[in-house]
Design a protein around this ligand. Sequence first.
Ligand code: G3P
Length: 214
Amino acid sequence: MKIFMDTANLDELKKSVEYGVVDGVTTNPSLIARENLGFIPLIKEITTLIPGPVSVELTAMDFKGMMEQAVEYAQIAENVVIKVPINLEGLKVVKKLSEMKIKTNVTLIFSSSQALLAAKAGASFVSPFVGRIDDISGDGMALVEDIANIYDVYSFPTEIIVASVRHPVHFIESARIGADIATIPFSTLSKLLNHPLTDAGMEKFLKDWEKVKN
Ligand code: G3P
């Protein structure tokens, strides 16, 4: 499973790159709004830091406005992926961009029917938001499993990005299901490594080493 970082924070991205486990980045308007850099320079910097796909979200509401933004953002760098909200105008944009060989990530996916239509329109990626489904007492991972099964049956090449990942269980369940990608906040990255037995084991080794090192 590939790991994308769900952040637009340059310090977090620089650290993540050093850990050697990052394959791409997803951003959204809320993540961009937390940073103090201008939108275009920030995206440019992120695409330079991370050689993999960098999702940049459209905010226009109609086909013409979305296409203007998409063309502008796609020119920033070759690894920009256009993040398109799932709705009827969005589907038209996905189809057009796919004809233009511009990659798309269809976002705000909360149902299998949305994911199926996005794939049919030619989406490169879809992003089901598992945490937000769990927030309203739904089952986010069940949605991912359902989408994965449907894509498998019809051999859709669209990749599933599990988004709105809130904790390590979401991450490992994504891997069990065979999701292509999990996009995770920086805070989740170190949680994936935490284990009390690793800490206790290291403490014991260091203590014993103190006795013999001279
Ligand atoms: O990239 C979008 C997604 O990951 C949002 O996560 O935690 O705001 O639901 P969250």
